[in-house]
Design a protein around this ligand. Structure first.
Ligand SMILES: Cc1cc2nc3c(=O)[nH]c(=O)nc-3n(C[C@H](O)[C@H](O)[C@H](O)COP(=O)(O)OP(=O)(O)OC[C@H]3O[C@@H](n4cnc5c(N)ncnc54)[C@H](O)[C@@H]3O)c2cc1C
Ligand code: FES
Ligand code: FES
Length: 480
């Protein structure tokens, strides 16, 4: 067992022994850690719930062939042990200091030249998102630039100058970080060699971070009451927003066995620890209806850390992957130290934020059958704004017709009940009918009566029912 957290900051290995640094606990966020010292106050706090991006940092982790992978994250949602074995890059690290003073990083220089800042509160976060974009894309398209900035709000400048800064700066990805990658890579390897489970125990809090699935399952069985975190984009809010204290945390974010993807003749198999950004990339060509929903899931900062297992595990009635997985007929592989079982996604979700997962089990894989020929999918998310918003209603549909007659139909909805639900009565009505506008018109009336959704801050019940019915119509129009 290892008791300290180690990462690279300012080109040095930093080691935190939580017993020796007063005021720090394992669940201290990277944001609060950085702001607690004098040297990294550029990072800003605003919403503390992943919505504004003022706290954006970049984390680099070892990739293939000695290279590093750079990811923008919201530091307000990241607990310190989650960056163990990684390089933490802050806005203070971007300029290159030399004998004649600092040379600004290209993304900083372009923000000045395009007048991309006014009051400046959002600017460090925006610069860090631009830096991650710079390291990952050469000559990015407008769509890629907008996606990189979706998680950063600016109340005063207006986004055009910032988009222009991105376009002008991201030309070759070469900067002073490029020359130091080998050095940082070997420092990170030094930290992570012989990875032993992190077990950090302070007077009031215990934090486990295992590196193998077997160890994670052992710890889960031994500590069934532990708050289980994968990307922590749901769980961290219990601390940052609800002010809840989490005495025992089991962090499964560093288990390589949960980050695999494989494809067989019949199925796609996603490791539960794959981030939603990774799943988004994998599904682009393979499962376009899934990819479409992931393109508007949270922001890049959120998708860079939130996992598919976490979205399923949270069992939220407005979890965006769930209706799609219902329509795709996905199965969930669950493991305990002694047993493995595979269960259909519809049987896995049992109620409002409830699943049939036992407290010694983990979701390990998500199995998505390949689409049989003749089957069509549609997926739609309706929210108050397109980007970085929780859905009001999500609909995901599956259709097979034979000579114009509905042979198979699945209509799965999020936001219409306490859990993701299929419109079984409407499905029953549609089966065996002609797939025509008249049939759909009738089905929309049945669908309107089938659910009794909540009215809340996002929408009234009537609005939700109308949207659900209109999504069915949209699907019909798109399949004709
Ligand atoms: C700003 C912001 C925007 C968001 N936008 C969206 C959105 O557009 N759509 C949407 O659906 N959600 C959204 N979310 C919610 C959240 O990001 C997702 O639910 C995310 O997928 C959770 O994944 P995670 O890995 O971070 O989960 P965590 O917070 O780590 O865990 C969530 C739950 O799943 C359980 N869990 C995690 N992994 C496993 C596993 N392997 N086995 C068993 N249980 C597990 C945990 O115990 C916990 O109960 C947003 C959240 C934020 C903060
Ligand atoms: S402070 Fe708003 S995203 Fe972190
Ligand atoms: S420059 Fe003021 S919030 Fe962006």
């Amino acid at each position: 067992m290892q008791h300290t957290v180690r990462f690279v900051l300012d080109d040095k290995i930093v080691e935190i022994d939580f017993l020796k640094v007063p005021g720090l606990k394992p669940s201290t966020t990277v944001l609060n850690y950085l702001r607690s010292g004098p040297l990294h106050k550029g990072v800003k706090e605003s919403c503390t719930e992943g919505d504004c991006g003022a706290c954006t940092i970049v984390v680099a982790e070892p990739g293939n062939n000695g290279s590093l992978i750079y990811k923008a994250l919201d530091s307000c949602l990241v607990f310190l042990p989650m960056i163990h074995g990684k390089q933490l890059i802050t806005v203070e690290n971007l300029a290159l200091s030399g004998k004649n003073g600092n040379t600004l990083h290209p993304v900083q220089q372009m923000m000045i030249e395009t007048n991309g800042t006014q009051c400046g509160y959002c600017t460090p976060g925006i610069v860090m998102s631009l830096f991650a974009l710079f390291k990952n894309h050469i000559d990015p398209s407008r769509e890629v630039i907008e996606d990189a900035l979706t998680g950063n709000l600016c109340r005063c400048t207006g986004y055009e100058p910032i988009l222009e800064a991105a376009r002008k700066a991201c030309t070759d990805g070469k900067d002073h970080f490029s020359g130091r990658e080998k050095m940082i890579f070997s420092m990170l390897k030094e930290i992570t060699t012989g990875r032993k489970t992190l077990e950090i125990q302070t007077e009031k809090q215990t934090y486990y971070k295992p590196f193998t699935l077997a160890e994670a399952l052992r710890l889960r069985k031994k500590n069934p009451e532990a708050a289980l975190i994968s990307g922590s984009t749901d769980v961290a809010l219990r601390q940052t927003k609800n002010r809840e204290f989490l005495p025992l945390i089991l962090d499964i974010s560093a288990i390589d066995e949960l980050k695999t993807f494989r494809e067989s003749n019949d199925n796609y198999v996603f490791g539960a620890g794959l981030t939603l950004e990774q799943v988004k990339d994998i599904t682009e060509k393979r499962i376009p209806s899934f990819h479409k929903i992931l393109k508007i899931f949270g922001s890049l900062q959120i998708r860079n850390i939130a996992t598919i297992g976490g979205n399923i595990g949270s069992a939220s009635p407005i979890g965006d992957t769930l209706p799609v997985l219902f329509a795709l007929g996905a199965k969930i592989k669950i493991s305990s130290p002694t047993l493995k079982r595979i269960i259909g996604i519809e049987d896995f979700i049992t109620g409002y934020r409830q699943t049939c997962l036992r407290n010694d089990e983990l979701i390990t894989e998500v199995i998505v059958p390949k689409t049989p020929s003749g089957v069509t999918f549609g997926s739609y998310k309706v929210s108050k704004r397109k980007d970085l918003d929780i859905s009001t209603v999500t609909g995901a549909f599956r259709l097979k017709t034979l000579e114009g007659i509905v042979a198979e139909i699945v209509l799965a909805f999020g936001g219409m009940a306490a859990m993701t639900k299929r419109a079984l009565k409407t499905e029953e009505y549609l089966e065996g009918k002609k797939w025509t506008r008249e049939t759909i018109q009738e089905a929309m009336i049945i669908l309107n009566r089938e659910f009794d959704p909540l009215s809340d801050a996002r929408a009234g019940a009537e609005f939700r029912k109308t949207v659900a019915a209109n999504l069915l119509l949209k699907f019909y129009l798109e399949t004709n």
